[in-house]
Design a protein around this ligand. Structure first.
Ligand code: MN
Length: 207
C-alpha cells in the first residue's frame, strides 16, 4: 500500500524513463518521513547543468540550475523545476544512455543535509518545507562539503513557467570571490571527474 502510494508520487519520474535501459534508481523503497538531505548533481547532458535536489516529505524536489549555485548573494541563479526524484537518486552517479531521457553523465557534485530556516523567535519551525514549497519561497541552510550556508529558492511570477531563483543569503558563508563550481569540479562521492565517470561507467550493459 505504502509502496503503491510512493510510486504514484513518482509517476512523472517513471513515465520519462525506461528502467531496462537506464541505471537510474526506480525508487520507492526508501521513504523517510523526516529526512533532510540535499544533493547537487552535475549533469553533462545536451547542455551541462547542475541538478539541485532537496528532500521534502519523502521525495527529492528537483531544479535544474544551468550555471550551478553561487556563493555571491548579489547573483541570482535560474533554477528550473523538474519532476520529483526518488530519495535513492541522491547516490546516483553514472551514465544515462544517450537515447534516454537526460542522456549523459551524472556526478554527485555536492551532498549533505539542510535545515529549514523558516523559524520563529524561539527557533521553532514556523512553516514546514512543504508549505514553504507550496508558497513558492523556501529558505534553508545547506551543510554540504562544498556549499554551505543560507539560501533562498523563490518561484518567479512568470505564468506557466517552472522558473525559480536560487539566491545565496548574506551570511558568514557568503563569498563573491569563491566559486566552487569552477574550483572544485569533481565528485564529492568518488573524487572522479565527469570524464572519469563517463569512461568508467559507460558500456556496462549486461547483455
Ligand atoms: Mn539534469
Amino acid at each position: 500500500m505504502a509502496k503503491e502510494k510512493s510510486k504514484d508520487f513518482l509517476k512523472e519520474y517513471h513515465k520519462k524513463r525506461d528502467f531496462d535501459r537506464t541505471a537510474e534508481p526506480f525508487g520507492g523503497d526508501r521513504r523517510k518521513s523526516d529526512g533532510r538531505i540535499f544533493v547537487i548533481q552535475k549533469h553533462d547532458a545536451s547542455s551541462l547543468h547542475y541538478d539541485f535536489r532537496l528532500e521534502i516529505e519523502g521525495v527529492l524536489k528537483s531544479w535544474a540550475v544551468p550555471k550551478g549555485p553561487t556563493l555571491d548573494p548579489n547573483e541570482k541563479r535560474l533554477a528550473v523545476e523538474t519532476e520529483d526524484h526518488p530519495i535513492e537518486y541522491a547516490d546516483f552517479e553514472g551514465v544515462i544512455p544517450e537515447d534516454q531521457y537526460g542522456g549523459g553523465t551524472v556526478m554527485v557534485w555536492d551532498a549533505g543535509t539542510y535545515e529549514n530556516l523558516k523559524k520563529d523567535d524561539d527557533g521553532k519551525e514556523s512553516m514546514s518545507m512543504k508549505e514553504a514549497y507550496e508558497n513558492g519561497e523556501l529558505t534553508f541552510r545547506l551543510k554540504g562539503k562544498k556549499i554551505k550556508g543560507g539560501f533562498a529558492l523563490v518561484k518567479t511570477k512568470m505564468r506557466g513557467k517552472n522558473n525559480w531563483l536560487l539566491i545565496k543569503k548574506k551570511d558568514d558563508e557568503a563569498d563573491a570571490r569563491r566559486n566552487p563550481v569552477s574550483s572544485q569540479p569533481d565528485s564529492v562521492m568518488s573524487g572522479r571527474s565527469i570524464e572519469e565517470i563517463k569512461k568508467e561507467e559507460s558500456g556496462e550493459d549486461e547483455d
